[in-house]
Design a protein around this ligand. Structure first.
Ligand code: PMV
Length: 338
């Protein structure tokens, strides 16, 4: 039976986000606190939809949460991550009921397209609401962060900035919106350069980088300036200023990870070819700038009017399989509550 005060089920949606000033390293692994801030763009169309229901009959035969992914029982690793996250929500709401969670992604999972960002942002909103909580955006961002650091940013639409915070409990390690999704007509063209899962997940890779890369302190020291300059460029809607900051942030993050031991290399030949394409586009007068996450794909920020030219140039690059053109999107929102 559902508790009378709880909604029967809540469905929420969130778009993925791509960092323009990267998050790479934690100051606290248990609470998932970032060692430095970050800045991102939330995207429309690529995202995650999650339906959550807390009820005594919602769990599986073992009485634990039932977790479905794309309509089928989720693999154990993913299910455990979701169950741990639901424990946080139950504690906060003071309930003990099991949940049924059904997630559908419109993002290639774990291929460096930040599926965890959209997934945990949607789950934070759906699960908290289904548990009877009405959290403020900053509280939702804090909750989403516990699932995945980048998810804290997908609570907000458009451009968002994540603070590293200084508090040990992480209450100030939250994102805030800088510019909503309608405020600046840019596009992110995503050049897909491989299929399948990334070589090493971001949490393990960040940990190895922090422990073994001689450049880790230098990387962390470089972030505050990037954040400040990128934040100002976003507010001024100045792509010519924002773009080079995004490129240097991504390259520094990858340089730092490359220097870990064993090294962490996410790129393939098509990744480098796509970076060259972007430089050629710029040499020919198109404002286009790349960023690369924990995977081999190349994401190119440009004006919406230039997106067809950028898309065509990336699609013609050897090794690029296809190119998605994505607009800024809304933050996490409720689709259905009953
Ligand atoms: O949120 P996580 O733990 O998947 O880490 C995200 C790491 C990057 O995507 C590479 C950078 C970022 O800021 O999103």
């Amino acid at each position: 039976m559902t508790e009378p005060s709880l909604p029967k089920s809540v469905t929420a949606r969130a778009g993925t986000n791509i960092a323009l000033v990267k998050y790479w390293g934690k100051r606290d692994a248990a609470l998932n606190l970032p060692a430095a801030g970050s800045l991102s763009l939330t995207l429309a169309n690529l995202g995650s939809e999650t339906t959550v229901r807390f009820a005594s009959d919602a769990g599986g035969s073992d009485g634990r949460d039932r977790v479905l992914f794309a309509g089928a029982p989720a693999e154990a690793k993913f299910a455990t991550r979701v169950q741990r996250f639901l424990d946080l929500v139950r504690t906060r709401a003071g309930i003990q009921l099991p949940a049924e969670v059904a997630t559908n992604n419109t993002v290639p999972t774990a291929a460096g397209l930040a599926s965890s960002a959209a997934g945990f942002a949607a789950l934070a909103l759906a699960a908290s609401r289904a548990a009877g909580l009405h959290l403020l955006p900053a509280e939702l961002s804090e909750l989403a962060r516990r699932g995945s650091g980048s998810a804290a940013r997908s609570i907000f639409g458009g451009f968002a900035e994540m603070s590293a915070g200084t508090r040990a409990d992480g209450a100030d390690a939250v994102a805030r919106g800088l510019l909503d999704e309608k405020a600046w007509d840019v596009r992110l063209c995503v050049a897909i350069t491989a299929e399948g899962e990334k070589a090493i997940g971001s949490t393990a890779a960040m940990e190895r980088t922090a422990l073994t890369s001689p450049y880790y302190q230098g990387w962390l020291a470089s972030v505050p300036v990037d954040l400040e300059e990128a934040g100002a460029a976003v507010l001024a809607r100045d792509l010519a200023v924002l773009g080079p900051i995004a490129e240097r942030s991504a390259l520094r993050m990858h340089a730092c990870a490359l220097a870990a031991d064993p090294h962490i290399l996410y790129w393939n030949p098509a990744t480098i070819a796509a970076m060259s394409t972007v430089k050629t586009l710029r040499a020919n007068g198109t404002l286009a700038f790349f960023t690369i996450d924990a995977g081999p794909h190349v994401k190119v920020l440009c004006r919406s009017a230039d997106a067809p030219v950028v898309q065509a140039a990336l699609a013609a690059t050897p090794g690029v399989m296809r190119v998605l053109v994505l607009a800024p999107g809304q933050g996490a929102h409720i689709l259905n509550e009953n």
